[in-house]
Design a protein around this ligand. Structure first.
Ligand SMILES: CC(C)(COP(=O)(O)OP(=O)(O)OC[C@H]1O[C@@H](n2cnc3c(N)ncnc32)[C@H](O)[C@@H]1OP(=O)(O)O)[C@@H](O)C(=O)NCCC(=O)NCCS
Length: 198
């Protein structure tokens, strides 16, 4: 079974939303989404002060997808003129093919609506489908919001002296803690697994 081209969903507050992989035609929307981000959100995602203009190399890197090595999904509100709410990617490096690295970005005004947790479930399932066994995310120490969120979603955390490292074993769903983000993650995993897994 192929992964559907788009998933029609409802966010926590009932807002109808679409989740789908990015396509090359999304390039102008990505440029605009990047421009709209706060400097803080950009820094937390890219770890450098980049300004409002996203470079072509970064756009190429995000848009160049391969279901086995690099996947990027976006969540959209189709009722809006500018529809992107957020996105997430995973990459599989050469050194350990059993693990993928994930990253997330939700537009500032849309944070706290459950979009990050929905994207986390999609990353989990698409990575699992691609044969990954674990998933890792790196977070700057000062990014307490992301750190608390990933911890609440059941990742085991460590600090390497520079960044926080959050890792999940994709086979261990039973290890999720009793927190609201983890309950929401489990709900999305159960809802989306029949649509995303073969
Ligand atoms: C980190 C990030 C992806 C989370 O996405 P999100 O859509 O806000 O996540 P959710 O709405 O699913 O929130 C999950 C939890 O985060 C916490 N949270 C959400 N918004 C918050 C806010 N503004 N302040 C503090 N905590 C917040 C809550 O604990 C929430 O749990 P709840 O469901 O009990 O309220 C988003 O904040 C973001 O894009 N930040 C900038 C980039 C970044 O830091 N990326 C992470 C490194 S790759």
């Amino acid at each position: 079974m192929e992964i559907p081209e788009r998933l029609e969903l409802a966010l926590r507050d009932g807002t109808p939303a679409i989740a789908r992989p990015l396509v090359p035609e999304d390039r102008p929307a990505l440029v605009e989404a990047y421009r709209r981000l706060s400097p803080e959100a950009r820094f937390n995602r890219f770890w450098t002060h980049t300004g409002e203009v996203v470079g072509d190399k970064m756009l190429d890197r995000v848009l160049d997808q391969d279901p086995a090595t690099h996947v990027t999904w976006t969540v959209l509100d189709p009722s809006r003129e500018f529809s992107p709410l957020g996105g997430a990617s995973w990459w599989r490096g050469g050194h350990d093919p059993s693990e993928v690295e994930i990253s997330f970005l939700v537009l500032d005004d849309e944070q706290g609506r459950g979009i990050g947790t929905l994207l986390l479930a999609i990353m989990w399932l698409t990575a699992f489908r691609a044969g990954a066994e674990s998933m890792v995310g790196y977070v700057l120490v000062e990014n307490r919001h992301a750190a608390n969120w990933l911890c609440a979603c059941g990742a085991s955390g460590e600090w390497d002296g520079y960044k926080l490292i959050y890792r999940w074993n994709l086979h261990h769903l039973d290890a999720l803690p009793e927190t609201r983000p983890a309950a929401e993650l489990a709900m999305w995993l159960a809802t989306l697994a029949p649509k995303i897994l073969p």
